[in-house]
Design a protein around this ligand. Structure first.
Ligand SMILES: NCc1[nH]cc(CCC(=O)O)c1CC(=O)O
Length: 332
């Protein structure tokens, strides 16, 4: 019997149940052990201000090392690249949507709006159907060009402000259920979520927009299973539910992140995906205020390199990311 450690949120329990079902499909019985994390207790402090990496993962790491559980299930983007001594990656499940989405506030009312809500939605989605030109929108002084958007992710904030410099970003914390409630009680236009987090538990509102122009956090939309190093039978069981392509893509994204030495407080985005027989890698480094953005978009042949994340990091540094990153580090 494999004891699965999980956080207590609805999303975490869904993800852990997914792992349980997959293991049981291979004839491996498993049970769930919910464990509370620091990141779930303090719902006010933005994550980047908690000062430590792994606020969501530490409690499960401790339970694993204390032999209270045999594996832990995490949203992979919350897991620090460097795993604690004695803990190893046991499996990565097939990736769901990697996208960020804007959930609109049903109660938001424009006063003196110059544009229809439909046009505004097209503008935010970045699709061609928008009647609004980005330049004229930026020059507007109306409420509608000064929308309030909620997120406490520095990556999302930086990319949003890069595209919509007139907007205001508000902090929002809590698990997805809490954040949806805070949104409906606010005067914000919308709040940014990971599509995967809402879709998995059936909570994605119809009133939401895919942000195809926004690059995700490394490993967004992927579920990671960790186990104790050397725990052979557990590692063998987990290996059966590992999705090789996803595991390689998220490894590449995390390699890019660690080459750039980004912690949770740096606006570094990455997305690797197999396209035909090559690996396409997109990545960005954006200054926290959104004024500077450096991007890469490259294709790698895996018979030529096994470390595309490292190569992409080198090329983004050469393109000017070095200056943006060092400015950020000076500011802290
Ligand atoms: N940082 C919180 C977090 N960690 C994982 C997810 C969603 C699932 C995923 O991205 O894999 C979320 C919620 C969000 O970012 O909106």
């Amino acid at each position: 019997m494999i004891r699965i450690g999980t956080r207590e949120s609805q999303l975490a329990l869904w993800q852990a149940t997914q792992v349980k079902n997959l293991l049981e499909n291979f004839g491996v019985p498993a049970s769930l052990t919910p464990i509370r994390s620091d990141g779930d207790v303090d719902l006010v402090t933005p994550l980047y201000a908690m000062g430590v990496q792994g606020v969501f993962t530490r409690a499960l790491d401790i339970a694993l090392l204390n032999n209270q559980i045999d594996i832990a299930v995490h949203s992979m983007k919350d897991v620090p690249v460097q795993l604690p001594e004695g803990i190893v990656e046991a499996a990565v499940l097939e990736r769901a949507s990697y996208k960020d989405i804007l959930v609109l506030n049903e109660n938001w009312k424009a006063s003196g709006a110059d544009y229809s809500l439909e046009d505004l939605k097209h503008l935010i989605a970045g699709d061609e159907k928008s009647e609004i030109s980005s330049d004229s929108y930026r020059d507007q002084k109306s409420e509608i060009s000064n929308l309030i958007i909620a997120t406490s992710s520095v990556r999302r904030k930086a990319q949003w402000l890069n595209r919509f410099p007139n907007h205001t970003i508000e902090n929002i914390r809590g698990n997805v259920n809490t954040r949806l409630r805070k949104l409906s009680e606010s005067n914000w236009f919308g709040a940014i979520f990971a599509a995967a987090g809402l879709e998995r538990i059936g909570l994605r509102p119809a009133n939401s927009i895919d942000l195809d122009w926004m690059l995700p956090a490394p490993a967004q939309g992927a579920i990671m299973v960790t186990a104790r190093k050397g725990d052979g039978s557990v590692l063998r069981a987990c290996n059966r539910i590992n999705h090789l392509q996803t595991a390689f893509c998220v490894k590449t994204e995390r390699e890019f992140l660690s080459e750039l030495m980004g912690g949770c407080s740096t606006p570094i985005s990455a997305l690797a995906a197999f396209e035909n027989d090559q690996l396409r890698f997109r990545g960005s480094v954006v200054s926290p205020d959104g004024t500077e953005k450096i991007e890469v978009n490259e294709w790698y042949r895996l018979d030529e390199t096994r470390t595309p994340g490292t190569q992409a990091a080198q090329s983004i540094l050469e393109k000017g990311a070095k200056a943006v990153l060092s400015k950020m580090n000076d500011g802290r």
